[in-house]
Design a protein around this ligand. Structure first.
Ligand code: NAD
Length: 492
């Protein structure tokens, strides 16, 4: 199948409009397909399978066979070698995967390339870690040896969103496979061409049939069938809090565990003594990378009152340089993923206007951008009242809210006073204060004098509160995809 209008003007190839089971493509049970639209033009570029519950059944059965058969028989070292080979193959196919990712998501080519490199890095990291998951020995009663071992769950389900398809593939599939699980993936209907291609590359790397299966399709059909399937032993979900809730209920009904990564409203706390030269470019990137469609977007700036005017002035200057354009123009950001997301962001704009929230600065849309593409003007609002919807809700677009605070206590209170708790940052030259405040922020990742939106394969990442639970990335993700068995041997 050809994918037309890729970011270089050529056509690129996606693997299939079918479902991937036992290392091969087949038509979905319904025979139906879904259109894939390029966000930069709004035009159809290809079609993907409209997978259903019957396809999920087949995928789960294949995964079970693999887990109980060839894949389950691999040693940790052998598993690791296959994953590291896949990392190498991803790198060899970087140009093709980059073009697919950029066309499918609309993001700038350089960001798509970074995402593909991150995907390779996940397989390199978890491939190398596969045989380094050690159990423990526990001092117990005289005449006994007590040990724990980490075991794979069995068949793991993975539902991923459209914002970072290549990265999400690596982030969730690499640790699950490294631990020895067999996987069923339901990628997002709005962007899933790189995961489709990556499944083929995984087979090329030597993954046995059934170890990784992929059923593209809609959330309410394929996604719901996967999350409620009685044949899965664990589920990992990244996406909206609303769907996360449904996935957690489905997991509870099957008495299985789940990892949920549900977004954030992450604060950057800027004290009066902060180094603005260092902070401003980081603040701009943290809200514009991936057009703000990043769970870890730095979408709230909390600034101490005395620095407010200087910060707004500097932000306005920096933001006026921000341009949104098509992937090949490689601007700071691309369009949003679809018309629904564009309407959602525009609703926040209308609400801000109705609430009388001042616009501090705006970026631009590149003059050559297709008017049918899903572009929005990047914006900074401020000062925004702390209880306003712009300070409280995840926009998932290039929209930054600036909120003020008086002192340390108020900074901490406001930083923590949203439903979310994913990422945070503190900017101050006073090291003691920075540490004091950083350690009071309720979030899974906190940065001091820096901010990492989406980076850091080695760094455990995940939420508190409505941002979810469980940890992805780093060594901890391996343990998240495992269960512990305690073995007690009586030897007299
Ligand atoms: P979503 O939660 O609807 O979709 C995420 C994934 O879940 C997709 O693969 C989708 O097909 C699947 N899904 C949808 N309904 C399902 C169901 N009933 N059962 C099982 N799976 C289902 O997210 P969205 O509609 O694509 O985006 C809506 C909002 O979600 C965004 O505006 C943003 O706030 C948030 N979001 C967060 C992240 C993140 O990384 N945390 C990513 C994407 C979207």
């Amino acid at each position: 199948m050809n994918v037309q209008n890729d970011a270089r003007g050529a056509s690129v190839t996606a693997a299939s409009d079918g479902i991937f089971i036992d290392n091969g493509w087949r038509a979905s049970a319904s025979g139906k397909t879904l259109a894939v639209l390029a966000p930069a033009t709004g035009r159809e570029i290809t079609r993907i399978a409209d997978g259903t519950a019957a396809d999920i059944d087949l995928a789960v059965e294949a995964a079970r066979r693999a887990f109980e058969g060839a894949w389950g028989g691999h040693s940790a070292t052998e598993r690791g070698r296959i994953l590291q080979r896949l990392a190498q193959i991803i790198t060899e196919n970087e140009d093709e995967l980059t073009a697919l990712e950029a066309t499918d998501t609309g993001k700038p080519m350089s960001q798509a390339r970074g995402d593909v490199r991150a995907c390779a890095r996940y397989f390199e990291y978890y491939g190398a870690a596969a045989d380094k998951v050690h159990g423990t020995q526990i001092p117990f009663m005289q005449g006994y040896l007590a040990v724990t071992e980490h075991l794979p769950y069995g068949v793991t389900g993975h539902i991923i969103p459209w914002n970072l398809p290549a990265q999400m593939f690596g982030r969730t599939i690499a640790p699950a496979l490294a631990m020895g699980n067999a996987c069923v993936l339901k990628p997002a209907e709005d962007a899933c061409l790189s995961p489709i291609r990556l499944c083929e590359l995984a087979a090329e790397a030597g993954l046995p049939p059934g170890a990784l299966n992929c059923v593209p399709g809609r959330g309410e059909s394929a996604g719901a069938a996967l999350s409620g399937h009685r044949g899965i032993d664990y589920i990992s979900f990244t996406g909206s809090p609303q769907v996360g809730e449904l996935v957690q209920i489905a997991a509870a009904k099957n008495h299985i565990g789940c990892t949920l990564e549900l977004g954030g409203k992450s604060p950057q706390v800027i004290f009066e003594d902060a180094d603005l030269d260092a902070a401003i470019p980081v603040i701009v990137t943290a809200i514009t990378v991936n057009a703000g469609q990043t769970c870890s977007a730095g979408s709230r700036v909390l600034v101490q009152e005395g620095l407010k005017d200087a910060l707004l002035e500097r932000l306005a200057a920096a933001f006026s340089e921000v341009v949104a354009g098509p992937p090949e123009a490689d601007c700071k950001l691309g369009p949003l993923v679809n018309a629904t997301q564009k309407r959602r962001v525009e609703r926040f704009f209308s609400q801000a206007e109705a609430d009388g929230i001042p616009i501090v600065a705006e970026g631009k849309i590149a003059p050559g951008a297709d008017p049918e593409g899903y572009f929005v003007v990047p914006r900074v609002y401020g000062p925004v009242p702390h209880d306003n919807v712009l300070s409280q809700e995840e926009v998932f677009g290039p929209v930054l809210s600036v909120v003020t605070f008086r002192d340390e206590a108020e900074a901490i209170e406001k930083a923590n006073d949203t439903d979310y708790g994913l990422v945070g940052a503190v900017w101050s030259k006073d090291g003691s204060r920075a540490m004091r405040v950083a350690r009071r922020i309720v979030a899974g990742q906190v940065f001091v004098n820096g901010y990492g939106a989406g980076g850091g394969i080695e760094l455990p990442f995940g939420g508190m509160k409505k941002s979810g639970h469980g940890r992805e990335k780093g060594f901890e993700a391996l343990l998240d995809f495992s269960t512990t068995r305690t073995l007690v041997v009586k030897h007299d």
